[in-house]
Design a protein around this ligand. Structure first.
Ligand code: NAD
Length: 349
């Protein structure tokens, strides 16, 4: 195995790992360990070029620093990427070799599931390192995070509705949901139970029809979701969907959802702000997932109470962000970034 340090000035440590005999090539990016060991999942994707994979790891690792700090977890930010098709190129040996790279970092980085990975893969990685979470079995195993992620998003939607519409509940509001996978379907259940009307979409048309029937929702085609009239839009599929093409189409009062990196660029937050659309920053809205994973990393004994407390803290953070954004007449994304910077610099002082 070849391990090379990669020069990345804004990150604490970045390594490239390569084992030609196993077809293994990837990166671990550690953005910050200021608040604790860097934690963030590993994703496997067939990137076009290694530079693309490195770029993804760097961007996502920074995002994890922000997400973990916003959730007030004693964890820093990191992320790993493995280049390859998860259906074709993954093997127990490849995952074990990756596990040994993590072990070699001596606890600076904890991994967990991300795109292209399963709990069974985490078990293979875990046969070579103790620094892995998202296991299906074990004393502190945290399992599927998506129900907790959805609960956190639901709370974010409630807070956003309070700020945008001066409503204490969601009864009678219409929420459009993009993506009905692990997170989106749980979220639809919570929204339906709270009396919201749903408009849903998914590129998987059978899943869309199934969820629509379950929750008496209206289904629209994937591209049509941006133009539907609703009170709140909840993106729960892919990143980059809030951009200069989609934002002018939106007919909603607010956007609050769970997808990672919803803004195509930071300045898209400003476009939303100028249109009077209140945007709940994604890395705060979807923090429930990492809260769930953290119970495993931090070996939390009173799991349920601890998770409930953290979800409540996340909701209060969202409230603080939206309050300050209104007072300063800026976008909530800008406020959320500056709150995290303040938390990090206070800690460094
Ligand atoms: P998933 O793969 O289970 O579900 C995603 C769904 O989106 C799928 O049903 C897919 O068909 C659909 N989809 C993909 N592209 C689409 C498009 N263009 N239009 C409409 N539908 C589309 O993933 P998930 O675990 O539900 O995660 C959803 C999002 O939430 C992702 O961005 C993920 O990074 C983020 N997230 C998830 C968690 C978690 O706990 N699972 C935690 C934090 C953030």
């Amino acid at each position: 195995m070849d391990i090379t340090i990669v020069d990345a000035p804004e990150h604490e440590r970045v390594v490239e790992f390569k084992d030609n005999s196993l077809g293994l090539l990837g990166y671990i990016a550690i953005h910050s360990t200021q608040r604790g060991p860097a934690a963030g999942g590993v994703r496997m994707r067939p990137f076009g070029h290694p530079a693309e994979a490195l770029d993804d790891a760097l961007r996502l690792a920074r995002g994890m620093t922000f997400k973990n700090a916003a959730a007030d977890l004693p964890l820093g930010g990191g992320k790993a990427v493995i280049i390859g098709d998860p259906h074709e190129d993954k093997s127990p040996e490849l995952l074990q070799a990756f596990g040994r790279v993590i072990q070699g970092l001596n606890g600076l980085y904890w991994t967990a599931e991300d795109m292209g990975m399963t709990p069974a893969d985490m078990a293979h990685i875990g046969s070579e390192t103790e620094f892995v979470a998202g296991l299906a079995e074990g004393e502190f195993a945290s399992g599927d995070p998506s129900p907790i992620t959805a609960r956190g998003i639901f709370n974010a939607i409630r807070v956003t509705a309070q700020h945008r519409f001066r409503l204490s509940g969601l009864k009678g509001l219409t929420v459009s949901v993009q993506g009905l996978g692990h997170v989106g379907e749980h979220l639809c259940q919570l929204l339906h139970d709270s009396g919201a009307q749903l408009i849903v979409t998914d590129i998987d048309t059978r899943q869309a029809a199934r969820v629509a029937e379950r929750f008496a929702a209206r289904v629209v085609a994937p591209d049509a979701i941006y133009g539907v009239e609703a009170d709140i839009f909840a993106p729960c599929a892919i990143g980059g969907i809030l951009n200069e093409t989609s934002i002018p189409l939106l007919k909603v009062g607010a956007v609050a959802g769970g997808a990672n990196n919803q803004l195509s660029r930071d300045r898209d937050a400003q476009l939303l702000h100028e249109r009077g659309i209140l945007y709940a920053p994604d890395f705060v809205a979807n923090g429930g997932g990492i809260v769930n994973v953290a119970t495993e990393i931090l070996r939390v004994a009173e799991r349920e109470a601890w998770v409930a407390g953290r979800l409540q803290a996340l909701e209060q953070t969202m409230d603080r962000i939206l309050t300050r954004a209104k007072a300063e007449a800026v976008s909530p994304h800008e406020v959320a970034e500056s709150i995290v910077h303040e938390m990090l610099s206070l800690q460094a002082a």
